[in-house]
Each structure stands twice: as structure tokens, then as C-alpha cells.
Design a protein around this ligand. Structure first.
Ligand code: GUN
Length: 290
């Protein structure tokens, strides 16, 4: 089957553009003797999390960001994780801190992320960053990487979001919630669907743009969408036949005007935004003489 490539929202190409645009900023920091530093904290040995973290380290290395890895045993106490974060907060060579989620269930993730210095919170998960985003105070904040990557890719592909009916099928703090103010800022009309939504298809079928993030391989078949829909598929599902998103891509692309592939869509954009946030953190801290 041949795919109409003009419909693909190409996260791989866009992320490369973003990475290239970071090079002069990293060089300028280098002239001041600053190497942007990202610290990751991984607790336990969840295989998927290990892969995500190692991909982030590789992406940092490729463009001249130094990454620092802290791997803690599954049995590590909440107090110890908090202590590690506090040490990273105080370390001037660390500009960004990322605590990989999910944390083991015993640990109160909310408590841990509230300890991260908001000015080093390159994930944008801290209540100060999320709260300022919601209030529209965008100066000096960090926006969560997947939502930021979605908006960046749509703009890069010249999609006009003004007035679009956007349906987001995800209500997490990482994806669904930050997307609400981001789409509102673009003057879209936003609906958020979730597990208790009465008639999901009724919502997605009337949408101009749908964001899916429910980790159910190929669940969204063509009958969930209207002709000309724009689709952003955030999920990365591992199946016997390899990686796929929530959307039945091969059939839905016939109906869509634009669609992200999995892999090669939002995944690379998320990593690219993490790199942007880390370089931005280094620049801000340098401007404050830190
Ligand atoms: N787990 C899944 N996605 C993310 C992310 O963007 N950041 C962190 N810290 N953990 C995650």
C-alpha cells in the first residue's frame, strides 16, 4: 500500500530542525565556559523507562549537552530520592533535572517532583510551571515536553489552529492537562475525553483535530473520525508486530488531512523539546550569574 507522504506530520524531520537550531545556542554557552547539563533520575528497572532514559542521554550527547545519570534501586525510599533531587538542585553544573516516571508505587511522585527547583524543571511538571502555564504566564516557565512538541510540530507544519475543534483523549498531568492552555492560546476550542466519557466516538467524529494518548494499540479505527481530520497520536504501544500508536494508521490516513506516524511522530518531538528546555535552563541560569 502506498502512503500519501504529504499527509504525514514528520516529527523526525522537525526534531532535526529543532536540534540544528540549538547548535549556535550551545556554542554561545560554550564560549562562556558553560556546558548545558541534564540530570536524570531513574528509580527501579522498568525496561521501557530504561530505554526512554537512555534515548534522552543519547540525544543530549549528539548535540553537546552533558547528561548525568542517577540510577536508584527499586527499594530506594522516598526520602532518599528527595535527597538526590536536592543535591542536584544545588549543583551548578546541572541545569535541568528529570525524574523519570512512573516512580515505584510506594513513592509519592507528587512529593518528589515538588522538590525539583522549578528553574531546573525541564519536564515542566512542577506546580509552579504547570500553574503559570494555565494562567498564561509563559515567561520563564518550562512547558511539558510532549505537549510543547505537539504544538511546535503543528506550527512547523503550518497548521492553523485558530477556531479548530480539538478533542484530547488523555487527561494526564503530562499530556492532556498542559495541552488545554496551549491549544486555548492558539484560539482552538478544547474538549478533554477520558475513561468515563459517555460516547467517545461522538466527540472524536466531530473534531477537526484529535490527540490520542490512551495506550491502546490501533483502537481508533477510521469510523472514529470525520474526513479531513488532523490526528496527533501520542502513544507508543509495543506489540508482537512492533511499535504502533492508538490509531489504526494504515486505514485512518485515507481519511485524515494530516497525521503523525508512530514511531517518527511525537516521540522525537518530545526529546527535542527536552533538549530545548535544557539549553534554555542553562541560558537562564547563566544570565542570573549562576
Ligand atoms: N515518562 C513518560 N514520559 C515522561 C516524560 O516526558 N518525562 C518523565 N520524567 N517521565 C516520563
Amino acid at each position: 500500500m502506498s502512503i500519501d507522504k504529504s499527509k504525514i506530520l514528520d516529527g523526525k524531520a522537525c526534531s532535526q530542525f529543532v536540534k540544528d537550531s540549538l547548535k549556535p545556542r550551545i556554542e554561545a554557552l560554550g564560549k562562556k565556559g558553560i556546558v548545558p547539563g541534564l540530570a536524570t533520575v531513574l528509580v527501579g528497572d522498568d525496561p521501557a523507562s530504561k530505554i526512554y532514559v537512555s534515548n534522552k542521554h543519547k540525544a543530549c550527547g549528539d548535540i553537546g549537552i552533558k547528561s548525568y545519570e542517577t540510577c536508584l534501586l527499586e527499594s530506594t525510599s522516598e526520602a532518599e530520592v528527595v535527597k538526590v533531587v536536592k543535591i542536584l538542585n544545588a549543583d551548578p553544573k546541572i541545569h535541568g533535572i528529570l525524574v523519570q516516571s512512573p516512580l515505584p508505587k510506594r513513592i509519592d511522585a507528587e512529593k518528589v517532583l515538588q522538590v525539583i527547583d522549578p528553574s531546573k524543571d525541564v519536564d515542566g511538571f512542577h506546580p509552579v510551571n504547570l500553574g503559570n502555564l494555565l494562567r498564561g504566564n509563559l515567561a520563564d516557565i518550562f512547558v511539558s515536553c510532549t505537549p510543547a512538541g505537539i504544538i511546535y510540530l503543528l506550527k512547523w507544519e503550518k497548521v492553523n489552529l485558530k477556531g479548530l475543534d480539538v478533542v484530547i483523549v488523555n487527561r494526564s498531568n503530562i499530556v492532556g492537562k498542559p495541552l488545554i492552555p496551549l491549544f486555548l492560546k492558539e484560539n482552538s476550542t478544547v474538549t478533554v475525553c477520558h475513561t468515563s466519557t459517555k460516547d467517545l466516538a461522538a466527540h472524536t467524529r466531530r473534531a477537526d483535530l484529535v490527540v490520542t494518548g490512551i495506550s491502546k494499540a490501533k483502537m481508533f479505527t477510521a469510523d472514529y473520525f470525520k474526513d479531513g481530520v488532523i490526528i496527533i497520536d501520542v502513544s507508543m504501544n509495543r506489540t508482537e508486530n512492533g511499535l504502533c500508536g492508538d490509531v489504526d494508521f494504515d486505514n485512518v490516513i485515507k481519511k485524515a488531512s494530516k497525521i503523525t506516524p508512530v514511531p517518527g511522530g511525537i516521540g522525537p518531538m518530545t526529546i527535542a523539546m527536552l533538549l530545548v528546555n535544557t539549553v534554555t535552563a542553562a541560558e537562564r541560569q547563566s544570565a542570573r550569574g549562576l
